[in-house]
Design a protein around this ligand. Structure first.
Ligand code: TMP
Ligand code: ASP
Length: 334
């Protein structure tokens, strides 16, 4: 099937090849690594509005590194390897998924325009949205069903990335709350490295987050530029200043739940299913064709390092939670 995007440059980056995006330059420097340069450019509305602010790249690099460091300590796997200088970092080479993962805690931006609701409405639960990464198509909203059926992401990767995104929302809401901001919404990108790991990639900066001064709608993010609301660099600097002065150890881990749906593989004889099938037939369900019985494993965790839990769980699944010779499973995260 034809994919609904043209070219996703970072997916086809060869060694020594360079890709220049709107805010960054990505060079593949080896099989496993890229060098990312933060530019001073600011763009909005798919690049229609443009400007340059000297020092913006440096500030964003610092903000992104602080946030990545914090998330790494919390067990979120990321592409970050090391900082090279004040404008460049080294990161793992990943194939970027052609999807943007957006979480909203408060209504703003395209959500307000799309659904005609009041800006500033607070949601009881975070809202999770996917957008197709395509400037040509203006990054349209895409449903998980469409993204999976078009082969842009597989179901398990979708479940994991959605889970990571919501966990990151939990942490970032706490982090920014402590420095006096309401986290309105933000966008994440994920990629797959050469070993098949799902890694958080791209930047997390005021270019990709909406932050309002607590209890107000005063922007400290790219909306200052999008909507000509004042000194955008001063806003970014203030975010950095506050991030540099915070004790992140006090931020509590979220509780979470993992569910495994286990099924017998097709072709494996299901004795229990056969009994159920006969019983249903006796009850008059003449058209019953087949019955197969599986199991659900619900696991609840009181916080904990997410990466650690997932790694150990992978072992447990293979070792004793399922029988990989005769069973398949689907995994869901909440
Ligand atoms: P939206 O309200 O325009 O859909 O944006 C939601 C969040 O995603 C907001 O924090 C800004 C961020 N974002 C990006 O990082 N890149 C983009 O291309 C767009 C459209 C939004
Ligand atoms: N990131 C997009 C651009 O730079 C859209 C936006 O942020 O408004 O054009």
């Amino acid at each position: 099937m034809q994919k609904p995007f043209l070219v996703i440059p970072t997916q086809v980056l060869e060694i020594n090849q360079k890709y220049e995006g709107k805010a960054k330059i990505v060079e593949r420097i080896s099989e496993d690594l890229v060098r990312i340069t933060y530019k001073d450019d600011l763009t909005a509305f798919d690049g229609v509005k443009k400007d340059q602010k000297q020092g913006k790249g440096m500030i964003n690099l610092k903000i992104s590194n602080l946030i990545y460091d914090f998330l790494k300590n919390k067990g979120i796997p990321t592409h970050f390897v090391k900082q090279e200088n004040e404008k460049q970092i080294i990161a793992k080479y990943v194939k970027i998924l052609p999807i943007e993962f957006v979480v909203r805690n408060i209504a703003a931006g395209s959500f307000v325009r799309r659904y005609g609701i009041e800006k500033g409405l607070k949601f009881d639960q975070p809202i999770f949205e996917l957008f197709l990464k395509s400037d040509e198509l203006h990054d349209p909203l895409i449903t998980p069903d469409v993204a999976i059926k078009l082969g842009l992401i597989d179901k398990e990767t979708f479940e994991k990335t959605r889970f990571y995104t919501l966990v990151i929302n939990h942490y970032l809401k706490e982090l920014f709350g402590r420095i006096g901001f309401d986290l309105v919404d933000f966008k994440l990108e994920f990629g797959i490295d050469n070993q098949g790991n799902i890694l958080l990639a791209d930047e997390i900066t005021p270019d990709s987050i909406r932050l309002w001064l607590k209890g107000t709608q005063e922007s400290f993010d790219k909306d200052v530029f999008r909507e000509d609301k004042g000194d955008v660099l001063a806003a970014y600097k203030e975010v950095l200043r506050r991030l540099e002065n915070i004790e992140i150890e006090k931020i509590k881990d979220p509780d979470f739940k993992i569910t495994l749906n286990v099924r017998l593989k097709s072709g494996i004889v299901d004795a229990q299913g056969a009994v159920v099938k006969r019983a249903l037939k006796r009850l008059g369900l003449d058209t019953i064709k087949d019955a197969r019985i599986g199991k659900i494993i619900d696991l609840e965790f009181n916080g904990g390092n997410i990466n650690d839990v997932l790694e150990k769980l992978d072992h447990a699944i293979e070792e004793f939670l399922i029988n990989p010779l005769i069973e398949n499973y689907e995994i869901n995260f909440y």
